[in-house]
Design a protein around this ligand. Sequence first.
Ligand code: FAD
Length: 347
Amino acid sequence: LSSSSLSPSLPLRGPLSRFISTLVLAEHEGGLVKQSSLSAVAAAASINEEKSVTVLLGGSGPSLHKAASHAASCHPLILQVLVAEADILVHPLAETWAELVHLVHKQSGFSHIISSSNSFGKNVLPRAAALLDVSPVTDVIGISEPRLFTRPIYAGNALCTVRYTGADPCIITIRSTSFTLSSSSSEAKSNAAPISQVDLSTFDEGSLPKSRWLNITSQESERPDLANARIVVTGGRALKSAENFKLLEKLAEKLGAAVGATRAAVDAGFVPNDLQVGQTGKIVAPDLYMAFGVSGAIQHLAGMRDSKVIVAVNKDADAPIFQVADYGLVADLFEVIPELLEKLPDK
Ligand code: FAD
């Protein structure tokens, strides 16, 4: 697919429309729409049963066009994919992307704008909401009507029902663990949505850069991504050192799991902070969550209590983690982990 083969932008309804038309702000990597953005598509599709979802992708080069094709066939309710092709959009600079969302909304007029509640969506959408003079509803975990949402408050200890009564667009960020869309349905694949270019002629790059992209430093890892892993093994302060965390890494390798950590373990410097699970870290909901030497503070539970099966190993029988655990073992992790390593088969 080349940019010249893209069809012109489809006519959409104006900003005063009472109909549902949802824009999903999506991220892509390696020619695929990211899993967290597929969750945002699932959330958008749950608002209305009509074909009313537009996916917005930005960047440049072949991987953008591959991701656009992926987006076009990832859900049968996708009406169209909009591609904003510009070098300035290759990196997730919040001011630039917020301007883009503002521009695309001015061109087409959406009732809803949705993104995942990850570092990208949390950075861009509140800025876009400010430019559009509306209040965003953040961290949504349930959509019961087009403008009626459920979101956690008090670190997940209570659920709040929010009715959005403001003007269009209704801007929301969603928790990707609450909405799943894993693979494209055959209906969507055989009936791919059209891909159109965003008209960037009025996109004023000159006045934008309040921030500049310098570089990205990331660690290559063969292990699954923490936010989307099926199994997570987490260590707490009780691991005592970075060296001892290697025990947990070995266990993760055997189980094909991602490694997580509590804030206490991160603050102590045992592991980098992108492994932190919790209120101020990542929100995870794997099939299996194994917590070793984790006390179960509410801020930690806020990030993992939706896991399907929770296993906790702690020396203290009164540790709060046992209140949410499906399986609890009162034992020393330094005995349990080596035993697990010995008994589990290699992957
Ligand atoms: P501890 O509370 O010290 O617990 C260690 C546990 O290990 C104990 O239960 C102990 O019995 C057990 N233990 C000790 N030795 C062994 C052994 N040999 N074998 C087995 N068990 C053993 N925390 C997060 O995790 N994520 C967050 O996102 C987060 N956000 C926060 C935000 C705010 C605003 C605040 C105030 C706090 C936040 N915290 C967060 C910190 C949180 O309150 C706790 O301090 C932290 O989760 C505790 O980490 P821990 O369980 O590793 O340590």
